[in-house]
Design a protein around this ligand. Sequence first.
Ligand SMILES: NC(=O)c1ccc[n+]([C@@H]2O[C@H](COP(=O)([O-])OP(=O)(O)OC[C@H]3O[C@@H](n4cnc5c(N)ncnc54)[C@H](O)[C@@H]3O)[C@@H](O)[C@H]2O)c1
Length: 271
Amino acid sequence: MTANLIGMARFSGKAALVSGGASGIGRATAQRLAAEGAHVFIADLNADLADQTVTQIHRSGGSAVFVYVDLADDSSVQSCAREVAETVPALHILVNNAALLRQGRIEDGGWIENWEIETRVGLRGWVMMTQHLLPLLKAEGGAIVNLSSEGGYLGRPGMWVYDAIKAGVVSTTKTMAQEFTQYGIRVNAVAPGWIVTEMHFASDPDPAARKKVLEETPIDSCLLQRRAGPEEVAGAIAFLLSDDASYITGTTLHVDGGRVGMNLGHLGILE
Ligand SMILES: NC(=O)c1ccc[n+]([C@@H]2O[C@H](COP(=O)([O-])OP(=O)(O)OC[C@H]3O[C@@H](n4cnc5c(N)ncnc54)[C@H](O)[C@@H]3O)[C@@H](O)[C@H]2O)c1
């Protein structure tokens, strides 16, 4: 992901924190921000994966460190923010990306056991993270991107908790944009569609084979008729974080190959 970025250093001298930066969209975003000059904190609970991401970034000539956080644990969130504050005087970029996907239909109650952990991470943890990092973000101003989903707009069978959380991310993004504008902080969300990440293939018995199938099989649920790679979302996140988006705040950018709000009738039944 460092190719074709020669001359682009939109984040030179900036400090960035990406939650869930060890995997998938978070990792691609951390790599992109580092490739464009940022010093990146990879905030994650998976230390092994996070260390791999840090190593990849260092090998590409970028700057990154791992900082442990469990977004489901208030005290962990607070100590993560403290650790960052001990290292840098200001944070310019925050990407609230970490989340969990669990399934369960309303009728059979299968969602109940996942409610607590999904909402703690997806609706509470990242807001608390933002709260505790706010003094650092206020120091010099900056930009925040929160990860929503097409699910927050569609509502899908078996996904009500996840999709309600992602709708909540959209409204909380608007709240944050209004509360933080006085500090020179822009806040936006990205709502990805079907992205090929560990979220969808890591638990398969053969993750590499499953990843290849997902990458190569056409879909009929969006205009572009394919799933995307995480770096395609990272590019949109980087745009919103950059000065190229200096007049954009409180909005949600759909990175879904043309799905939400589209008439897809000619493509047949949605997935
Ligand atoms: N992949 C998709 O199709 C898709 C679509 C729409 C939205 N999204 C959203 O994009 C974001 C990233 O998804 P992804 O597909 O890259 O996921 P992923 O599973 O590949 O990565 C998630 C990362 O979050 C970390 N994480 C999980 N729980 C955590 C916790 N309690 N504390 C700290 N870190 C934690 C994991 O260790 C992992 O590194 C999520 O918010 C997801 O809901 C993904």
